[in-house]
Design a protein around this ligand. Structure first.
Ligand code: PMP
Length: 298
């Protein structure tokens, strides 16, 4: 017996998972050991929110999924409309009102060996469940960040614009943050510029203006990031998509992260330096309110 102890993180057996057209109970939701998604991280995914039974920003997520797949020369076996319908079917089968969808496309089953010539039939997996990325207290206190010693993947290696199944660059930075007692890490890119966090984009506020790295810094073009830029501009705030360095974070009045799962969360410490007055800042809180209204359509 390799695992003598029960896994406390086993999925809820009541969850039904959609794999290639069929809904399976969680404990029977399995893919082949020959799938190149497992063997090589060869595939793409999206994390999508469900608010009040609606799939939030679904067109943007599907567009990004197709863009990621195209970059990997992975032809998805379903159209955007079909994926949308399959997500709705999975959401309904799990009675989800507010939750989260993980939409995964793998290269599919193939022989051992990297060549995509010997794979056929990419697989589509849809998990609809709940997610709480950070406990509610952290939205009040703000996150502690470190600047990671890991460098964001070079854009000409696996581009950070591709939401691929290989997240090791982020996972290593996350482990490093946790080892130091921080919750999140900021990765600098190969030029020493700020890129993003492990699974979230980053913004800072200085003199009531917003700054966030532009997509050429090697970031995922976050959908929450785009919405926050729009909401801030609607409020009359200036937003700069800029080249930012570590010092900009140390000198910031406010820092916050954006992402589908985290939504908007303040950071109040960076490499042991307090940010602002040590609480999430005013503009962070205003944008959190705006975002809440935007996502519920009020
Ligand atoms: N950067 C990375 C590396 C991510 O994985 C994500 C998504 N979790 C984001 C940024 C935020 O993107 P979005 O707002 O589209 O969720």
């Amino acid at each position: 017996m390799i695992h003598p102890h029960p896994n406390p993180y086993s999925p809820d057996p009541k969850i039904k998972v959609w794999i290639d057209g069929t809904l399976y109970p969680a404990d029977q939701a399995k893919i082949s050991v020959w799938d190149h998604g497992l063997l090589y991280g060869d595939g793409v995914f999206e994390g999508i929110r469900i608010y009040n039974k609606k799939i939030f920003a679904v067109d943007e997520h599907l567009a990004r999924l197709f863009e990621s797949a195209k970059a990997l020369k992975l032809t998805l076996p379903m159209s955007a409309e079909e994926l949308n319908a399959a997500m709705r079917e999975t959401m309904a089968a799990n009675n989800i009102i507010d939750g989260y969808i993980r939409l995964v496309a793998t290269r599919g089953v193939g022989t051992l060996g990297l060549s995509t010539k010997y794979t056929a039939n990419p697989s589509i997996i849809i998990i609809a469940a709940s997610i709480a990325l950070y406990p509610p207290e952290l939205y009040e206190s703000g996150l502690s960040l470190i600047v990671s010693s890991y460098v964001r993947n070079h854009p000409n290696a696996v581009s950070p614009r591709v939401k691929s199944l290989n997240y090791l660059n982020s996972i290593l930075a996350k482990i490093e943050a946790h080892m130091i007692g921080a919750q999140e890490a900021v990765l600098l890119n190969h030029m020493g510029l700020i890129s993003e966090c492990c699974g979230d984009n980053i913004f800072l506020v200085k003199n009531r203006q917003l700054y966030t790295p532009d997509t050429s810094a090697g970031i995922l073009a976050g959908i929450t990031r785009d919405i926050v830029i729009q909401l801030a501009r609607k409020r009359g705030l200036t937003v700069h998509e800029a080249r930012l360095v570590r010092h900009d974070l140390y000198a910031a009045d406010e820092i916050f992260l954006t992402g589908t799962a985290a939504e908007i969360i303040g950071a109040t410490n960076i490499d042991g330096r307090q940010v602002g007055n040590g609480r999430p800042g005013e503009i962070t809180r205003l944008l959190q309110d705006d975002y809440k209204k935007y996502r519920t359509g009020t």
